[in-house]
Design a protein around this ligand. Structure first.
Ligand SMILES: [Mn+2]
Length: 318
């Protein structure tokens, strides 16, 4: 479907639930906030329900506190699932969706999207779901407020690595320019995203990086964030989203890996690439997915077992 067709579908509903994936990132939070806000501008009721809370680092986004983590079935006729490649990734919030009485509308940019939902707007060329929400807002003839523009630009910036990744297209930059003209302040967003790290983040990074390892003749760099390190610094392992970009910053590395011990027998692996290795494909080997330059997977086992298994596979595959 096109952005116009999705806009037409949204126009038919008055009460809409918005949700996204578990362990939300900047684009999933921002695309939900922006879509709900645009729907409210049109006089509709929009509620956002997510399984997981908003990570602290995204609590500068206007309206974040309206994202509910209460699993109560809302009285709606439509559900918009944004930035989410498959229904399993919705987590517990998926149980609130009854496809017989709710139109399930999916808006996403993941190459790994499996095409779930009644109707979909999927553009894998888009930098972010926020870029898609911007297009839909224009089809809905909504004049964006400075706040809405700020939310959308934040999502575009988080998914494009501050316009550094290859998913940054001329369209992305034009969209960003239009959002700035609507009142989004790029320098302020940059400060919130990149210059507001709590001291303990940097201490954890320091400890992690003193143990940075490489494999495949330096083409792979990786670190493991254990529960032990996290506990020592009072650090929430889910706040480590941006660590992996530092792992990839090593000269000669094509793939950066961050292993996160979740503490429940699960190790989450973040994959990042400089663009010459498709990490969506690598993550898919382990049942995960994402994008060419950024992907993730969850594996069962101890950190030692999982790192060994993943490094061996990646060495073989690249
Ligand atoms: Mn995204």
């Amino acid at each position: 479907m096109t952005a116009s067709e999705i806009a037409q579908a949204l126009e038919k509903h008055r009460r809409i639930m918005v949700t996204s994936h578990v362990n939300p990132d900047g684009d999933s939070i921002s695309s939900q906030l922006a879509l709900a806000s645009v729907l409210k501008t049109l006089g509709k009721q929009a509620s956002i329900i997510d399984q997981d809370p908003v990570p602290e680092r995204y609590r500068f986004l206007p309206g974040w506190e309206f994202i509910s983590n209460k699993m109560e079935t809302p009285n709606v006729t439509a559900v918009c699932v944004v930035d989410c490649a498959n229904p399993e990734r919705i987590g517990q919030a998926a149980e609130l969706i009854t496809p017989a009485t709710m139109e399930l509308i999916v808006i996403d940019h993941h190459v790994s999207n499996d095409g779930f939902g009644h109707i979909q707007y999927i553009d894998t060329q888009a930098s972010s779901t926020c870029e898609l929400i911007y297009r839909i807002s224009q089809k809905l003839n909504v004049k964006l407020s400075a706040e809405q523009a700020t939310i959308l630009l934040s999502g575009i910036m988080t998914d494009s690595g501050g316009f550094r990744y290859s998913n940054t297209s001329p369209v992305t930059l034009r969209t960003a320019a239009l959002l700035m003209e609507s009142g989004a302040e790029l320098a302020w967003i940059s400060e919130q995203l990149y210059f507001q790290h709590p001291l303990r983040h940097l201490k954890v990074l320091g400890q992690l990086f003193s143990d940075l390892k490489t494999a495949a003749n330096g083409k792979v760099s990786w670190v493991a964030l254990s529960q032990e390190i996290a506990r020592k610094h009072g650090f929430d392992i889910n706040d480590s989203e941006e660590f992996v970009s530092h792992v990839l910053s090593v000269k000669g590395a094509e793939v950066g890996l961050l292993f996160k011990e979740q503490g429940n027998g699960i190790v989450r692996v973040s994959f990042r690439s400089k663009g010459r290795v498709d990490v969506n494909r690598l993550a898919a080997i382990f049942g995960g997915g994402g994008h060419l330059q950024a992907a993730g997977a969850r594996l069962k086992g101890t950190v030692d077992d999982v790192t060994k298994k993943v490094i061996e596979t990646v060495e073989r595959e690249i």
